[in-house]
Design a protein around this ligand. Structure first.
Ligand code: ATP
Ligand code: MG
Length: 309
């Protein structure tokens, strides 16, 4: 099956002024996003996320290489009908109401009035803006604008939704609602590709992530695989063990801690788990839990980007 997004050897160069040398902002990017995935496109400021997304949306031309949507050129009309897009810091028409704006967006897709009417009501409810449908958008807060932006990205019931920094400007509740919407889109078989700086949120929803820095891809892959590959320690919690067993366990552990008769031992590797459990059991102790301490996406990201500096 063709990947929904294919980016092959993508380069983009810019010359800010004619007397300045050309700057290469995308340096041979390769990326594939499969149907049905929630894909996080992560990178520090100036990494090239928006430039990549603009190329993908057929807004700017690549200097070399190509980007494909559903195997087609993003400058074609056909793939554009199957995508929804929320740009970074979008501009809205101040004097249109939220409802008028969505009608305008729906008409661009030639959606019939009957379908459009019910879809707009659904979308306004989805993004929690039904109460503000008749309010001019100049009176919307930043979070409300972000929500109406998401509603317009979904107006054509797209198969692929591309969102550039969708969580920016939203409060914690708004971010939670946004994540629920993204998960709901996935449950309906849609593909979501979004850029973000808010890594704990990205970690909660993404199936796969790519980390980009200075126009180059540092890492790409299934999120669970990336983080599982970097297990820091395995935390074994137990109680009712004699001092002697605690001593033996300590010598097998990276570190340990005890509170109110309960012990926590941080084992080095998965291979140490069964031996440690046997030791606790043989001494008549109780195992409470065994928890792999994975690196968070934030830690992983910081290390990858710092390592590239
Ligand atoms: N139109 C342009 N002309 C010249 N340089 C540009 C242009 N657009 C982007 N750049 C440069 O390309 C680089 C990547 O910018 P881009 O906006 O893609 O980064 P980003 O990863 O989206 O960053 P942020 O997280 O801040 O949004 C930056 O160095 C930027 O200055
Ligand atoms: Mg950007």
């Amino acid at each position: 099956m063709t990947a929904v997004i294919q980016i092959k050897g993508l380069y983009k160069t810019y010359q800010k002024h004619f007397w300045m040398p050309r700057q290469t902002v995308l340096k041979g990017l390769n990326l594939e996003v499969e149907a049905g995935q929630i894909f996080g496109f992560l990178g520090p400021n100036g990494a090239g996320k928006t430039t990549t997304i603009k190329t993908l949306m057929g807004i700017i031309r690549p200097s070399a290489g190509r980007a494909l949507l559903f195997g087609k050129d993003p400058w074609d009309i056909e793939p554009k009908q199957r995508i929804g897009f929320l740009p970074e810091s979008p501009y809205f028409y101040d004097y249109l109401t939220g409802l008028e704006f969505l009608v305008f967006c729906g008409r661009l897709f030639n959606i019939s009035s009957v379908v459009l009417k019910s879809r707009i009501q659904e979308l306004l409810a989805l993004v929690n803006l039904s109460y503000a449908a008749d309010l001019q958008m100049r009176k919307y807060s930043k979070g409300m604008l972000q929500r109406i932006g998401l509603a317009q990205a979904l107006i054509n019931d797209p198969q692929l939704v591309v969102l550039d920094e969708p969580l920016t400007g939203l409060d914690p509740l708004g971010r939670k609602e946004f994540k629920d919407i993204i998960l709901n889109l996935k449950a309906r078989g849609k593909t979501v590709f979004f850029s973000s700086h808010i890594l704990p949120d990205a970690e909660m929803v993404c199936d796969a992530v790519a980390i980009i820095n200075k126009g180059k891809l540092l890492q790409v892959g299934n999120l669970a695989d990336l983080l599982n590959a970097r297990i820091k320690a395995i935390e074994l919690n137990c109680r009712n063990i004699p001092e002697e067993t605690a001593g033996k366990m300590k010598s097998r552990s990276l570190s340990s801690n005890t509170i109110n008769g309960q012990w926590q031992f941080n084992l080095k590797a998965e291979a140490d788990i069964s031996g440690a459990i046997d030791l606790v059991k043989a001494a008549g102790g109780d195992i409470i839990s065994v928890i792999p301490q994975k690196e968070s996406l934030e830690e992983y990201f910081s290390r990858e980007v710092a390592g590239d500096a």
